[in-house]
Write a protein that binds this ligand. Structure first.
Ligand SMILES: [Zn+2]
Length: 144
């Protein structure tokens, strides 16, 4: 774990655990929480939301990021992801790609109940990421 300096993550960590309580996970029983902090200082929580058609399940990380964007936020600065796992929970590939899209500069803190933490970044979680169409297509990135 890297030292996260004097940045205070406490409120964000608390929001992530609180969001986890809202998890809708009747199929896996695996509850995950997340919370995003934006440049404005606002915090948006998210939980995993499962579906009987499993592929439609939405992860906590994406729920939190989508909450932020749906509330008009465009600068996502950091995210906490929490679960009751032996090791800090790790975002799936889909969430990493969405992090790259919506918060490429984000700091990421992965935590478990025992307080174990992995402090990382989107860049570390998704090296060599797909970021834009090569040419020909008109990019609307940043237009959102
Ligand atoms: Zn995911």
């Amino acid at each position: 774990m890297k030292n996260n300096g004097d940045d205070n993550w406490d409120a964000l960590i608390e929001a992530a655990w609180k969001a986890r309580e809202m998890a809708y996970a009747p199929y896996s029983g695996f509850q995950v929480g997340a919370a995003v902090q934006t440049a404005s200082g606002s915090i948006y929580g998210g939980c995993n939301i499962e579906n009987v058609s499993y592929g439609l399940t939405n992860c906590a990380e994406r729920t939190a990021m989508f909450q932020a964007v749906a509330n008009g936020e465009r600068q996502l600065q950091r995210i906490v992801v929490c679960a009751d796992t032996p090791e800090p929970v790790s975002p799936c590939g889909a969430c990493r790609q969405v992090m790259q899209e919506l918060g490429p500069q984000m700091e990421v803190l992965l935590i478990n109940r025992e307080g174990r933490q992995i402090h990382t970044t989107v860049a570390e979680l998704l090296p060599y990421s797909f970021q834009d169409f090569p040419q020909g297509g008109e990019s609307h990135k940043g237009d959102m």
